[in-house]
Design a protein. Structure first.
Length: 118
């Protein structure tokens, strides 16, 4: 199973960015999916998670109202739309299989760097 993220980069504060994560496995719709991030010197934290068919989502308080997680089970892709980006959103963002709060993670992507700076 391989998760491949894309869409990271350097962006100015207040701008938007969309991350994508493609799952090469065969059972994408059998899993909740999530996005985590890790900033330098900090622990990895949950950003957002979405249930198997996209009906349920959850967000970290710090991104609620600014970020939106979604998925396309036909394309086996999960997205993270990030708006009104802040410098404190700078981190490496990881896609994960599973990861709903309290649930295990079965696979991680390699991560994509997001840098918010003027």
């Amino acid at each position: 199973v391989q998760l491949v993220e894309s869409g990271g980069g350097l962006v100015q504060p207040g701008r938007s960015l969309r991350l994508s994560c493609v799952d090469s496995g065969f059972t994408f719709s059998s899993y909740d999916m999530s996005w985590y991030r890790q900033a330098p010197g900090k622990e990895r934290e949950l950003v957002a998670a979405v249930t198997k068919f996209g009906h349920g989502t959850t967000y970290a308080a710090s991104v609620k109202g600014r970020f939106t997680i979604s998925r396309d089970n036909v394309k086996k892709t999960v997205y993270l739309q990030m708006t009104s980006l802040k410098t404190e959103d700078t981190a490496v963002y990881y896609c994960a299989r599973g990861g709903w709060p309290g649930a295990a993670i079965s696979s991680w992507g390699q991560g994509t760097q997001v840098t918010v700076s003027s």
